[in-house]
Design a protein around this ligand. Structure first.
Ligand SMILES: [Zn+2]
Length: 364
């Protein structure tokens, strides 16, 4: 099956999160026509579905999203027309990641194998009513797969050059230090919260969280804002706020980092308040037979041996990793979220051939 017509049909649905604009209906129909059973799983205002076809071998799941980010202006071609020009397919989602879904469906059509698809409409948004909720349903229905591939664009320069086997976590903190307002000429009658916050932030920024692991870069902390909003030069302010963000590897967790931040702050500002928002824990799928199958299939089609990395931001793989081993593999990510997002049609077809080889190796 050629993935191009389905890819074009999907690109023609303007499914900017949280809209679906018919994209999942197009996809569900294509899957039902090749023997899949589709279970629609809407949560809140978000459409999602799980589709499965029984078959040989291990249960391989493909996870993807039909939603896209807004197109913005100045496109050469209509971002929702699915235009092919000079062998290049243009459109919002041409790289991230409607085309990868079409490639996987085309691959599944050609290959027996026990495969399923976890499709969400909420990856580019809050991700509250998407993959995480579908996984809860899958666990309940005893449909957790043996292995999951997320079709996000992972490659740097050449199709096949990168598999992501983990991702760093991301934790943001907002710190409030309250003191006692006063006159700068009489500091003994005041308690300057800035003087408490600065040494605490300095200690946090100077601390080396770790020196990385075999698979991860060292964890990093960046202070992103310090705010007082004090218009006067002769007033000691009553409060100061700071924000920071930590990108962390699997030597840390939300809890361990929260403890460390609290302990670092306490000697300087025991009354300080700290609010934590962790958008995802880090995860790692240890290289093993499944990841090796992926690498071998990619090499058999492209001749390229993929690197196994854990860089970049978070993805829905962070939810899947709680249930089963997961890796990410898709197109070259050069134009994701950009104007004139695109994919060469030849690469789309090569991606389908790679997914076909992967399905075959899991079915064997
Ligand atoms: Zn994506």
């Amino acid at each position: 099956m050629d993935p191009l017509p389905l890819a074009q049909s999907l690109l023609r649905c303007p499914s900017v999160t949280p809209e679906n604009a018919g994209a999942q209906a197009v996809l569900a129909e294509a899957l039902e026509s090749i023997g899949f059973t589709v279970t629609h799983l809407p949560f809140g205002n978000i459409k999602n579905f799980y589709a499965e076809r029984p078959g040989l071998g291990a249960h391989l799941c493909f996870a993807g999203h039909t939603d896209v980010v807004p197109p913005g202006d100045n496109w050469t071609h209509d971002p929702f027309a699915g235009v092919v020009d000079g062998g290049i397919l243009y459109g919002r989602g041409a790289c991230d990641m409607k085309t990868a879904i079409a490639a996987f469906v085309a691959a599944a059509a050609d290959t027996p194998g026990h495969v399923s698809l976890l499709i969400t409409g909420d990856e580019e948004g809050e991700a509250l009513n998407g993959t995480a909720r579908v996984l809860e349903w899958m666990a309940e229905a005893q449909k957790i797969p043996d292995f999951c591939i997320v079709g996000e664009p992972t490659c740097r320069a050449l199709l096949g050059d990168t598999i992501k086997i983990g991702r760093r976590g991301s934790l943001s903190a907002r710190i409030t230090v309250t003191g006692r307002q006063g006159h700068t000429a009489y500091p003994q009658k005041a308690d300057n919260p800035i003087h408490r916050l600065i040494p605490a932030l300095a200690a946090m920024a100077a601390h080396q969280l770790d020196s990385g692991t075999e698979w991860f870069e060292p964890s990093t902390l960046q202070i992103t804002s310090v705010d007082v909003g004090n218009p006067a030069s002769n007033v000691i302010p009553g409060a100061v706020f700071a924000k920071l963000n930590i990108r962390f590897n699997n030597l840390h967790t939300e809890n361990s980092l929260t403890d460390w931040l609290t302990e670092t702050l306490a000697p300087h500002a025991p009354e300080a308040e700290i609010e934590i928002f962790c958008s995802g824990e880090s995860f790692l799928t240890e290289p093993g037979p499944h990841v090796e199958k992926l690498g071998a299939a990619i090499k058999s089609v492209t001749g390229v041996s993929p690197d196994q990395t854990t860089g970049g931001g978070t993805s829905d793989a962070r939810f899947i990793a709680r249930y089963c081993p997961v890796a990410e593999f898709g197109l070259v990510g050069a134009t994701m979220h950009q104007t004139d997002e695109q994919v060469p049609v030849a690469e789309l077809r090569t991606l389908a051939a790679i997914y076909r080889a992967i399905i075959e190796s899991f079915a064997a």
